[in-house]
Ligand binder design. Structure first.
Ligand SMILES: NC(=O)c1ccc[n+]([C@@H]2O[C@H](COP(=O)([O-])OP(=O)(O)OC[C@H]3O[C@@H](n4cnc5c(N)ncnc54)[C@H](OP(=O)(O)O)[C@@H]3O)[C@@H](O)[C@H]2O)c1
Length: 231
């Protein structure tokens, strides 16, 4: 399969390595341009391209950059990209440490709905709840006892099935976590976040999740993008 990956950090670099090993044709892009990606290209055989080229390169395109930086991507990035190309969002909103305030998410929009709106393109949410190192090292063949499962959320049945197949190929069970407006169930701070449960555990954790965003995962008035409240 041809796969574009936008963002080659912890998660993007891991997916580049694993998907290349599995025989996929991987196209990689970051913010600094293809010239900065020669080491990863040499290691994996992936092809460095621009962000615009990566968006057009794949049957699947993974967007895996810090949430706050999504706003820096061109709004027309996916214009002209066929509708059957599947876009995966691995993102998490870290308002305090990294991303600053995103008002829509603070008001209750799911993180992936916000990403889809920014990109003007439906997304499938996956790989957001597992540490990059575990994604690299903890994949196991189907049927292995205790195989880690990953929730996959999306509105398009076929796109979601395609991502669930990829998750399985990477060595993890895939659990259908519903549509994008349900995807708060796998956001930071939820029971399924960074816990490496098996499929039964993921289903249970998704069911137990609470929609209320915990204070730790909310912006403060000091977060970039916030305005101090009048005294
Ligand atoms: N780390 C984890 O274990 C983990 C696990 C699950 C989900 N996530 C989520 O996945 C997303 C990516 O996380 P990460 O840890 O992989 O990030 P990271 O290691 O900080 O890497 C970020 C990547 O995004 C690229 N980037 C930033 N702005 C860009 C832009 N405007 N255009 C193109 N590329 C851009 C960076 O390129 P340059 O270096 O050239 O700037 C870099 O390759 C985040 O939302 C994170 O919360 C992370």
């Amino acid at each position: 399969m041809k796969i574009g990956i936008i963002g080659t950090g912890q998660i993007g670099g891991t997916l580049t390595r694993r998907l290349s090993e599995l025989g996929h044709e991987v196209y990689i892009a970051n913010s600094r341009g293809p010239g900065s990606l020669s080491d990863l290209a040499r290691e994996t055989g992936a092809k460095p391209v621009t962000v615009r080229e990566a968006a057009k390169a794949g049957e699947v395109v993974v967007v895996t950059i810090p949430e706050g930086k999504i706003r820096d991507l061109p709004r027309d990035l996916f214009a002209g990209v066929p509708d059957d190309v599947v876009v995966i969002d691995t993102g998490n909103y870290y308002p305090r440490e990294r991303d600053g305030r995103i008002a829509e998410i603070e008001a209750g929009m799911t993180e992936s709905r916000w990403v889809a709106n920014q990109l003007d393109r439906p997304v499938v949410k996956a790989f957001n709840n597992i540490y990059a190192r575990h994604l690299l090292e903890r994949g196991r063949p189907a049927g292995s006892p205790g195989r880690i499962a990953l929730p996959v959320a999306g509105d398009d049945k076929h796109a979601k099935e395609e991502v669930m197949r990829l998750v399985n190929e990477l060595g993890f069970d895939a659990v259908d976590a519903g549509g994008i407006d349900e995807s708060w169930r796998q956001q930071p701070g939820t029971p399924v976040y960074a816990t490496d449960f098996d499929a039964a555990g993921v289903r249970r954790a998704l069911a137990q999740a609470s929609k209320e965003r915990q204070p730790k995962w909310r912006a403060t008035e000091n977060s970039p993008g916030s305005f101090a409240q009048p005294a």
